[in-house]
Design a protein around this ligand. Sequence first.
Ligand code: NA7
Length: 300
Amino acid sequence: MASGQRVGFLGLGLMGRGMVKNLATKGFQVTVWNRTRDRAAALEPLGVKVADTPAQLMAAVDVACTCVATPAALEEVVAGKDGLLSVARRGQLLIDFSTIGPEQARGLEQRTAAVGVDFVEAPVTGSKTGAEKGTLLIMAGGTDAALGRAEPIFRAVGEKWIHCGPVGSGSQVKLAGNALIAAMLQALGEGMLLATRAGVDPAKVLEVVQASGYRSPYFEFKGQALLRRDFETHFAIDLMDKDLGLFLDSAAAYKVPTPATAAVRQCYELARAAGKGKQDIGAVITVFEQLVGTEIRPKS
Ligand code: NA7
């Protein structure tokens, strides 16, 4: 249990809400801020306080955590009007759980260090369910000392954390992981759609995948959801598209060809153009279903 440490949390979306519930029930004194205030007010029954601005939150805490949608949103919360840095004081800690690019993360570390604030990047995986259950996997970047300070928070929201290296390393690893799951999901969806169209039960595709040496908990989670046509948003298409863009930006910066990820990203761009950006990443395949007039459905 935490010893009543004062923790602020900014960004109460699908991920942030679950993380705050865990912090509030595991002994932290939590203050929250969210752009849309209603989402913050909804957490008051947990005993959390609601701040009017990021600056008001920063003035009231020892540690501030962020988990917002995009790099631009993070910049606004940190350095915009009434942002965190406007009142940051020596000795505070900032932990960012958002998925951003490595360059932005390194820049944040420099800017927080200039005012005596430690910075840890901590993108997560485990989606909405992991956030609710407190079982996220955290890809941490930062100094040993800063990570040591972040550990009580990591313990409350996550099951495991891996120290990937200095700030920037966690983001680099997270982007690689998201490129991987996007490719896995696209290949699985395409395989199941083609099987259905060819008159073969798509459930057999998943059954064989999961009986094979290339089985994965991720294929099970997403494959079963595809068969049920369950597209409840765990991770939105807009956000995966953002991450694939960040991956490709990094690849361009280091002159590393990444044609497979570029092709998968096009599928996400198609889905967004079709108005599906807020839907779960599992719904990308529905764009292709609509093109061919066939839906993935198990035979029984
Ligand atoms: P959600 O559920 O889309 O939530 C996004 C959060 O970011 C939510 O609290 C938003 O506030 C907030 N947001 C978005 N734009 C802004 C701006 N411009 N300023 C301040 N706050 C903003 O995303 P997830 O929880 O699934 O994911 C969060 C991060 O973790 C993201 O980087 C993922 O890639 C991983 P709102 O409630 O809309 O006012």
